[in-house]
Write a protein that binds this ligand. Structure first.
Ligand SMILES: Cc1cc2nc3c(=O)[nH]c(=O)nc-3n(C[C@H](O)[C@H](O)[C@H](O)COP(=O)(O)OP(=O)(O)OC[C@H]3O[C@@H](n4cnc5c(N)ncnc54)[C@H](O)[C@@H]3O)c2cc1C
Ligand SMILES: NC(=O)C1=CN([C@@H]2O[C@H](COP(=O)(O)OP(=O)(O)OC[C@H]3O[C@@H](n4cnc5c(N)ncnc54)[C@H](OP(=O)(O)O)[C@@H]3O)[C@@H](O)[C@H]2O)C=CC1
Ligand code: HEM
Ligand SMILES: [Fe+3]
Length: 470
């Protein structure tokens, strides 16, 4: 990368005698990038290195000394060295006594070592104050200035004064410090950058399995069945018709799966008569990934809408329409206009459009820039009330689209009902249970439980004693 004038000049012109000196151990990628950023923000940097010589890669003006000499220049030392090389530090115990050592290290695997790197550092250099910080910021982001991935710096340590000094540096760099408590939190902070979309795992696998199942189901009903029974080749349906069944059904099912844990939680609280017992882990986890499930559902709904736009320009649809018109002209018989059908068709389309509108609204309010602008009550109102409205509209769209067909035995193929019936199972179940839960007598009890009332106070004692649930 070519150096611009801002790379070399400190952004804030602080006179050298007022600049705080910070020492960085290690002249590798991270040490250099952090050093450059800190120089730009008005710090004076001294690098500690096995090979003390200045290089064009280091920020100009930075001093490079041996580890021991560099450590004497500052009372804050950022250890930009891999844990595997920390063995050089015990020899420096005397120089490092009373100093603040900032551990920035990451590992290659979650729980790679029995203790966190920061705790290991504390064992190696017992006289120093250890603070964990910066491990969630990448060298690349520091260097390119494009800190758009995350500006949050998790911090933990046992001495609050030491933590404050590090947080001041973090703020000076334009980042946001988040105090996570004592050094015990270090292993969690170290695991954080190693996780790959943890909250997306379950929603992703669930929707993938759902789509594969629905696809196979539709292929059996819409392609294999006509071939076996009528020797008709309907394989072309795999391109548009079947995706336009799989995606909307997946969207509706996932939307219902977002609201299902809420009703299960309510039933559990009613059954136990208290809100003070922990939910089972699976339910906790499910509750926590509702946003991700909802966003995947929204993605599928978008696909359904786009595929629906294709319907009028499909060859198969135009061919059928043309043939119908021609056969009516030949037989000189017109199909009578059915007001009922017109109503049904317009209503299901309109319900679909409205459902989609609220679906998108839910998606928009989940953007952090929007959700930060509303208070939690407004957010809950949108997510919970409008969420249920979306579920009702989309379920009604599918119900009316199906019309009276699901009562007809002729729509069964090899005993398999139409795919849209599968789409209705979970949404209808959720809506029926929710309807029961909001009946005044049940709602009153549930509200009391959620305000802290307990049916049987023995329950709460057992919970307080640490006994958890089923
Ligand atoms: C497109 C889309 C985007 C989404 N984005 C987000 C998002 O950004 N963030 C997010 O969290 N979810 C998101 N979701 C998921 C979902 O909308 C929310 O989790 C929603 O709040 C669930 O509503 P609920 O009524 O089922 O559950 P909850 O709001 O959890 O509650 C269930 C019921 O219990 C009551 N209740 C719950 N806890 C208490 C309590 N402590 N005291 C008193 N009463 C209580 C509520 O009033 C409600 O009636 C999204 C969904 C979709 C479809
Ligand atoms: N790169 C990144 O994006 C991020 C890195 N980190 C953490 O920062 C630390 C440094 O990472 P990074 O700069 O990428 O790594 P590098 O391998 O680029 O640099 C490590 C530096 O450690 C020093 N060192 C000391 N002893 C040894 C030794 N025995 N063998 C090799 N090097 C040694 C070297 O500096 P010298 O030659 O001057 O002595 C070397 O340049 C790591 O703990 C890493 O987990 C954290 C967040 C992001
Ligand atoms: C702009 C909004 C929408 C329009 C115009 C629309 C239109 C349609 C049309 C035309 C069909 C029939 C498809 C066919 O004949 O093969 C259909 C079916 C369906 N739609 Fe929608 N829809 C919309 C939004 C939604 C949304 C938001 C959902 C749910 C999340 C949804 C769920 C379904 C389902 C489950 C089916 C039945 C699929 C099947 O088995 O064939 N729709 N929709
Ligand atoms: Fe998850």
């Amino acid at each position: 990368m070519e150096k611009t004038s801002t790379d070399t000049l400190p952004l804030t012109m602080i006179p050298p005698e007022e600049q705080e000196t910070v020492c960085i151990f290690g002249t590798g990628d991270f040490g250099r990038s952090l050093g450059l950023k800190m120089t730009q923000c008005g710090y004076s940097i001294v690098f500690g290195s096995r090979n003390p010589r200045t290089s064009s890669l280091l920020p100009s003006g930075a001093e490079v000394l041996g580890y021991s000499e560099a450590a004497q220049k500052s009372d804050i030392i950022i250890i930009a060295i891999h844990r595997e090389h920390y063995d050089l530090l015990p020899a420096l115990t005397e120089v490092l006594r009373g100093k603040i050592l900032v551990d920035v290290s990451n590992n290659l695997k979650i729980h790679q070592y029995p203790e966190s790197n920061a705790e290991y550092l504390a064992q190696l250099v017992p006289g120093a104050h250890i603070v964990k910080a910066f491990n969630t910021i990448s060298a690349w982001a520091l260097q390119s200035g494009a800190l758009d991935a995350s500006r949050q710096v998790f911090i933990c340590g046992n001495e609050s004064k030491a933590k404050q000094r590090v947080m001041d540096i973090v703020r000076a760099l334009g980042l946001t410090p988040l105090d996570q408590g004592s050094l015990l939190a270090a292993s969690e902070i170290e695991n954080y950058p190693l996780q790959l979309f943890p909250m997306w795992k379950f929603p992703f696998y669930f929707s993938a399995i759902l789509c594969v199942f629905l696809f196979v189901y539709c292929v059996i009903r819409d392609v294999v069945y006509p071939y076996v029974n009528e020797k008709k080749d309907h394989t072309f349906r795999i391109a548009v018709s079947i995706p336009n069944r799989v995606f909307p059904i997946a969207a509706l099912t996932l939307l219902a799966v977002v609201y299902l844990p809420g009703v299960i939680a309510a039933i559990l609280q009613l059954y136990r008569g208290t809100k003070y017992r922990r939910f089972p882990n699976w339910l906790d986890h499910w509750m926590l990934c509702r946003k991700q499930l909802g966003l995947i559902a929204l993605g599928f709904a978008f696909l359904h809408v786009i595929y629906t736009l294709l319907i009028p320009i499909r060859y198969y649809v135009r061919w059928r329409l043309g043939n119908l018109t021609a056969s009516q002209a030949i037989s000189k018989k017109e199909n009578p206009f059915s007001t009922t059908n017109a109503w049904l068709s317009d209503s299901y389309l309109s319900l679909g459009v409205l459902g989609f509108f609220f679906f998108v609204l839910l998606g928009i309010t989940s953007l952090p820039s929007v959700s930060n602008m509303v208070n939690w009550r407004e957010f809950r109102f949108v997510q919970s009330k409008l969420g249920y409205l979306t579920l009702i509209l989309c379920t009604a769209h599918t119900l009316i689209y199906g019309g009276d067909r699901f009562l007809r035995p002729s729509s069964l193929r090899w005993y398999l009902p139409s795919a849209y019936i599968l789409a209705l199972i979970i949404p209808c179940t959720v809506l029926v249970i929710k309807f029961i839960l909001i009946l005044p007598c049940i709602d009153k009890t549930l509200t009391r439980i959620r305000q802290g009332w307990e049916r049987n106070s023995k329950f709460s004692k057992s919970a307080l004693n640490g006994q958890t649930d089923i």
